[in-house]
Design a protein around this ligand. Structure first.
Ligand code: FES
Length: 237
């Protein structure tokens, strides 16, 4: 099978997604909700590309290649669509990068920089809307900074098999939460504080609680340690 990406020909295998073929050949497509370690759900639409065959915009992480497909990853339409995606994500996101724990380690911040989005043209929703969950020693959950990509939910379900996080509510009220709206350290929370959700989170929605005051990711030294939580003795870094 063969496809063209930006007018160049590439051999592809059946079942590969457009994103996989692009990555394999060093072609940049921005992503948020995609991770090679998780199932793909196509929720963020950041990875949109244009199909010349039918002039449709499709999410490249969930669209399999077909023989003769002609793909554009950087057409004017694609860039405009990606700008709109970032614009919409920023519209209900706090613009407090200067004091955010994830400053310098935030995919949304990087994409806003890349596409020149300083503030949303859709206006900004009144914040805060949700309560911060930080009644434990390890992980803070700030649902106002969540862009609902679902990476933490899938990580907890598919890698850690804990199901400590899921989506609750509908529409603008949708957020990620432990069961019964409790804290991650709540009595009925199955969270084992493995920290994998924090590592996957593309924004400052899930961050570590520093043991001594404040600190951003580049101010910490990572060190190997043994998880004290359940007694299995997992080695963490
Ligand atoms: Fe493809 Fe989010 S990365 S839809």
């Amino acid at each position: 099978m063969e496809v063209t990406i930006n007018h160049n020909n590439y051999e592809v295998e059946p079942g590969q997604t457009i994103l996989q073929v692009a990555k394999q050949n060093g072609i940049y497509i921005p992503t948020i909700c995609h991770s090679p370690h998780l199932s793909d759900v196509g929720s963020c639409r950041m990875c949109l590309v244009e199909l010349e065959n039918n002039h449709k915009l499709v999410a490249s992480c969930v669209t399999p290649v077909t023989d003769g497909m002609r793909i554009l990853t950087d057409s004017k339409r694609v860039i405009e669509a990606r700008k709109t995606v970032v614009d919409l994500l920023v519209s209900d996101h706090p613009l407090d990068c200067m004091t955010c724990e994830a400053n310098g380690n935030c995919v949304l911040q990087d994409l806003a920089y890349e596409y020149g989005i300083k503030e949303s043209t859709f206006g900004t929703k009144k914040l805060p809307r949700f309560e911060i969950k930080d009644q434990n020693e390890f992980i803070q959950l700030d649902p106002d900074k969540c862009i609902l990509c679902g990476k933490c939910v899938r990580t907890c379900k598919e890698i850690q098999m804990c199901n400590a996080l899921d989506f609750v509510n509908r529409g603008f009220e949708t957020k990620v939460s432990p069961p019964f709206n409790q804290d991650l350290g709540g009595q009925d929370s199955p969270c084992v504080f493995c920290g994998q959700c924090v590592e996957m989170c593309p924004t400052g929605a899930l961050t570590y609680i520093p043991s001594k005051g404040k600190g951003r990711y580049y101010e910490f030294n990572k060190t190997k340690t043994t998880c004290p939580y359940c007694g299995v003795g997992c080695q963490l870094e």
